[in-house]
Design a protein around this ligand. Structure first.
Ligand SMILES: Nc1ncnc2c1ncn2[C@@H]1O[C@H](COP(=O)(O)OP(=O)(O)O)[C@@H](O)[C@H]1O
Ligand SMILES: [Mg+2]
Length: 283
């Protein structure tokens, strides 16, 4: 199973114990980060040098065709993958590995099937040595935040895809990271569930002020969630355009200005990318 919650030895690197209070986000400085994967069949240039500053508490969406290096960039920021060139600063610290200040979430919620919802959410806290009473209280709080009260004792196989992602989000929030790295987290969900989770995520973000980097290839999703939308070129990925989204929140996917803004970005994307897959996802 993947590193959805990366813990253990990472605590020192991420600095002092952030405690169990509520902390907002931290800034990220991504400087000249590129990635070449060396393989037997030759090198794959996944990312051209990327420069990006993200403000503390900012919600940035990364939009681009598949294979353009979006996941690679998130993995580098998470400290799970090393950059070929460049560096990532999380607040004032150089990223040199995973840390509890940054959590990565995937399309498939990497939950533990042998644990119930409550214990899945408590998992990271247990790793951090949080006492049982406090763990329970925190789990309850985040369970409520994702509207899963009453499902404490349910197992993963008893949950819908949307509910699984809610558990994954609650588990991530429980360890109080400063940065949420979300890699197409709602990509496998039906439209209605996706809408609902957009609203929930937006409300969680406004109350916690975490820094969020959210990868998608859905233009409307990117516009609905982002303070900024960054458009990537096909592989090797680089940022080709940046859009600041000033629409009032909470945003609705049906909102006319949102639809207009998305259409504009899609036009730019077609020019920059001309990608069939993008058409399918956004048609
Ligand atoms: N561990 C790896 N080894 C070799 N190539 C990789 C590895 N991870 C990703 N790649 C390649 O790097 C490119 C970018 O991949 P990825 O970051 O997953 O793109 P995206 O998330 O935008 O779809 C792809 O061509 C992919 O095949
Ligand atoms: Mg990806």
């Amino acid at each position: 199973m993947s590193h959805q919650v990366t813990l253990s030895e990472t605590r020192n690197e991420s600095g002092s114990d952030r405690g169990t209070g509520s902390f907002g986000g931290i800034s990220l400085q991504i400087e000249n980060v590129s990635k070449v994967f060396a393989g037997r069949a030759g090198n794959v240039e996944a990312l051209r040098p990327v420069n990006l500053n993200v403000e503390a508490g900012e919600f940035v969406t990364l939009l681009g065709p598949s294979g353009c290096g979006k996941s690679t960039l998130l993995s580098i920021i998470a400290g799970l993958e090393t950059a070929t060139t460049g560096s990532v600063m999380a607040d004032t610290r150089k990223v040199q590995g995973p840390g509890t200040d940054r959590v990565l979430l995937f399309q498939e919620a990497a939950l533990f099937p042998w644990l119930d919802v409550q214990h899945n959410i408590e998992f990271g806290l247990r790793q951090l040595g949080t006492p049982a009473g406090e763990r329970r209280a925190l789990a309850r709080r985040f369970l409520e935040m994702v509207h899963l009260q009453g499902f404490e004792r349910s197992y993963v196989h008893q949950l819908s895809g949307g509910m699984r992602q809610r558990v994954a989000i609650a588990r991530a929030l429980a360890i109080n990271p400063a940065v949420l790295l979300m890699d197409e987290p709602f990509g496998a969900l039906d439209a209605l569930t996706r809408d609902r989770l957009h609203a929930e995520l937006e409300s969680i973000w406004s109350s916690t002020r975490k820094t969020v980097l959210f990868v998608t290839h859905n233009v409307r999703e990117a516009v609905a969630l982002g303070d900024r939308v960054l458009v990537f070129s096909p592989r090797p990925g680089r940022i080709v355009r940046e859009f600041r989204i000033n629409l009032p929140r909470p945003r609705s996917l049906e909102d006319h200005s949102l639809v207009d803004e998305s259409a504009e970005i899609l036009t730019v994307l077609r020019d920059a990318i001309g990608n069939d897959e993008l058409e399918a996802e956004n048609g």
